[in-house]
Design a protein around this ligand. Structure first.
Ligand code: FES
Length: 108
């Protein structure tokens, strides 16, 4: 988390730096202490998902263009959150974000 200050975005909680998220890849982060996953499928287009696996609740890892659950091997598309491989059936829960300069913030 960044230190609070006059530059702090007023719109929502800070999640991370846009420049830390690889284009075509992904990054694990936190939002208000909860694990989330960021991805940048195309330059400047950022998506965010809860990292809680929809199968049985394990934290899912960022793995490039996919997210991988270490518990039972579910895999999700990092661009959409959709299931690529089960046992999970439901997609990861999306979190609305916006980009302010280089900061990714929760849209509220
Ligand atoms: Fe993620 Fe089972 S909890 S695959």
């Amino acid at each position: 988390a960044e230190s609070a200050g006059p530059d702090q975005p007023a719109t929502g909680a800070d999640i991370g730096a846009l420049s830390d998220v690889p284009v075509g890849g992904s990054l694990a982060a936190t939002l208000d202490g909860a694990p989330v996953l960021l991805a940048q499928p195309t330059a400047g287009a950022v998506v965010c998902f809860s990292a809680i696996c929809t199968h049985q609740g394990c934290p899912v890892n960022a793995a490039g263009a996919e997210f991988d659950c270490p518990c039972h091997g579910s895999r999700f598309d990092a661009a959409t959150g959709d299931v690529i491989r089960g046992p999970a059936i439901d997609p990861l829960t999306p979190i609305a974000v916006s980009v302010s300069g280089d900061r990714i913030v929760a849209a509220s």
